[in-house]
Write a protein that binds this ligand. Structure first.
Ligand code: SF4
Length: 69
């Protein structure tokens, strides 16, 4: 299974806690909106990905699993 970190842009308030907490997984664009930079999430970063989902106060981040391509 591959694990993907996703962002719901409609729910995101853009305050940047996610890319502050895990910049190796989430970066930001010029508007301060998050960009997922590790897709799929590397196995050794799954714990950090779960943490960053918990950090988002807007519940805009989620983890989804898929079969490897
Ligand atoms: S922590 Fe959540 S609401 Fe804030 S920028 Fe990241 S995804 Fe958006």
């Amino acid at each position: 299974m591959d694990t993907h970190l996703t962002v719901d842009r409609g729910a995101c308030a853009g305050h940047g806690l996610c890319y502050g907490a895990a910049p190796e997984l989430v970066d930001c664009d010029e508007q301060g909106d998050p960009i997922i930079v590790a897709d799929p999430v590397p196995e050794e970063r799954i714990g950090a990905a779960r943490h960053v989902v918990d950090v988002c106060p807007e519940r805009a981040l989620a983890l989804q699993e898929s079969q490897p391509a």
